[in-house]
Design a protein around this ligand. Structure first.
Ligand code: ZN
Length: 212
């Protein structure tokens, strides 16, 4: 439900004013997370950067890049049997500080350092050890869309867990490593149902349950 709300928010913010959006978010936050008000403000101020992104969502393939919001990553988690699939979409601005194809050695290095972090064998998002999860597959790529002026990182992890039912928390060093990242919108699909979790940068872990 948050996604749709945020999208409406973005449109409203684009057409009218940031205030409309902030008050929307406050209402949304009061239902579940009354302590999130401040962060909501911060993140919507960054809309100004992307006037273009609001009318470019028809480009299909690059939709994720066009419609992303700086400071906000999306993490999709799906589990089945003893497997977990995690997919992260992050605005490149949060990760390397620019959103275009690399133009010099420094920018190329920044990208390859980020890719190295995403492909670290230890992972970036960690279920508690009792679950005994191991990464079995992992990929990371940088994508730039010159048309929209946005770029992002797309990362996938496949995990195999000996005790999926013992998962209680998911922790990360993501926000420490990438301080421009302010929030992860987590979307979980598992035997326990569908859930959306707002993961703010001041939390290094969230509660997670993937079995009934
Ligand atoms: Zn962007």
């Amino acid at each position: 439900m948050n996604n749709r709300l945020i999208y409406v928010c973005m449109l409203l913010a684009g057409m009218f004013s940031i205030n409309v959006c902030v008050s929307d978010r406050v209402v949304a936050g009061e239902k579940g997370h009354p302590h999130h008000h401040d962060h909501g403000k911060k993140k919507h101020i960054s809309h100004n950067h992307g006037k273009k992104k609001h009318n470019s969502h028809e480009h299909g393939k690059k939709r994720q890049l066009d419609s992303h919001e700086h400071g906000v990553s999306v993490l999709k988690i799906a589990s089945e049997k003893n497997m977990i699939e995690m997919e992260l979409e992050s605005p490149a601005d949060d990760i390397v500080g620019f959103e275009h194809a690399p133009e010099n050695v420094q920018q190329r290095e920044k990208i390859s350092k980020a890719i190295a972090v995403f492909k670290d064998k230890a992972g970036l998002f960690f279920p508690n050890v009792e679950a005994q999860c191991k990464i079995t597959k992992n990929s990371a790529e940088f994508e730039a869309d010159a048309g929209s002026g946005h770029a992002g990182f797309h990362v996938k992890w496949h995990l195999s867990c000996a005790n999926l039912s013992k998962i209680q928390v998911l922790s990360t060093s993501f926000f420490k490593i990438f301080p421009k990242a302010k929030e992860i919108e987590v979307e979980v699909v598992s035997d326990a149902g569908q859930r959306e979790i707002e993961w703010d940068s001041d939390q290094n872990k969230i509660k997670l349950k993937l079995t009934r």
